[in-house]
Design a protein. Structure first.
Length: 325
């Protein structure tokens, strides 16, 4: 038991990986071999970056001990701002840069309000959820603007790789995930994030700039959400004001299913990706298995509750073993 617990705490995403393998086998059988068909895998992997990037940002913020419920609204606001700028003659990359700066500003406001006024991030970002969504609708004028035809959308939407299995958005996603995982696991910044989320008083006493770390994580979370929204809009061809609704809850679910602790200090980028992939696999697998799509939220909710219960049980068991040792 001690060895298993040690493995779990070192690699909390392993439980999610095992569940993912089980579900792939189940859906492959239930769909008569269609689930792992190249076309279906292409579809699943084509959408994964849009959820996965948000899940990575939310996971890192949860490791730091905070939540962000505004990511779904930022997911819609950033590409809407970019589309408005493009239609007013601003070139693509400067417009994207300004959009990312808007996201960073939203993240800074979330972090500043949370820390300066000592209020739960749940409340601060819930307010920002409504503010950002309202701004998205207002600046759209009620009608989603069309994207200019000359923008380099192929840099995000073109299929590449063996058998054209991946979109370019997956390459962007993979690069960001690798960098985020390296920072979290191999640098002092990653240690600061874990220490701030695990025991903020001890982190502060060691000289870690906990306020800067928290605000930085809020900003990163918003930037990744906005970039993910841009990827989806380039895929769809139009920035709908309603995109991203409910995405914040899927991102939190992906983080928890991937092994992130609600109390902070525990989690990995790999776990976030596994959690996001699990959600996409469940969504796609239920459809291919000819199960009513309305069961999707039920399945994700049940998986989330089971993940929280399982994590809590493992931690209680670990404490009892340490006491008895």
């Amino acid at each position: 038991m001690k060895k298993l617990l040690k493995i779990y705490f070192e690699k909390p995403e392993l439980a999610g990986i095992m569940l993912l393998l089980v579900l792939i086998i189940v859906f492959q059988v239930r769909s008569d071999g269609v689930f792992l068909n190249a076309d279906n895998v292409r579809g699943v992997m084509g959408i994964l970056p849009e959820v996965g990037l948000v899940a990575i940002g939310v996971t890192i913020l949860m490791i730091c001990g905070e939540f962000d419920l505004s990511v779904g609204s930022v997911f819609a606001l950033m590409p809407m701002c970019v589309a408005i700028m493009l239609n007013n003659g601003i070139p693509f990359w400067p417009a994207v840069l300004v959009g990312l700066l808007i996201c960073a500003t939203i993240g800074f406001v979330n972090g500043f309000v949370t820390i300066r006024f000592a209020i739960p991030s749940f409340i601060a970002t819930l307010g920002m959820l409504f503010i950002a969504r309202s701004l998205t609708v207002v600046i759209s004028g009620g009608f989603p603007p069309l994207l200019p035809a000359d923008i380099p959308s192929s840099m995000f939407t073109q299929f590449v790789g063996p058998g054209s299995l991946f979109r370019m958005s997956f390459i962007w996603f993979a690069i960001i995930a690798i960098v985020a995982a390296a920072v979290l696991s191999l640098t002092n910044v990653g240690n600061w994030i874990r220490a701030t989320g695990g025991f903020i008083e001890a982190a502060a006493s060691m000289g870690i700039p906990v306020k800067v770390v928290k605000i930085g994580c809020f900003m990163l979370c918003s930037i990744l959400a906005g970039f993910a929204g841009l990827i989806q809009v380039l895929r769809l061809g139009s920035p709908l004001p309603s995109i991203g609704e409910g995405l914040e809850l899927q991102a939190v679910a992906a983080a928890v299913i991937g092994g992130a602790a609600l109390t902070g200090g525990v989690g990995t980028v790999t776990g976030a990706i596994v959690g996001a992939l699990l959600i996409r696999v469940i969504d796609n697998g239920l459809v291919l298995s000819q199960v009513d799509a309305n069961w999707f939220k039920f399945a994700v909710g049940a998986l989330l509750v089971l993940a929280v219960i399982g994590n809590a049980w493992l931690r209680r068991t670990a404490r009892r073993i340490k006491v008895g040792a």
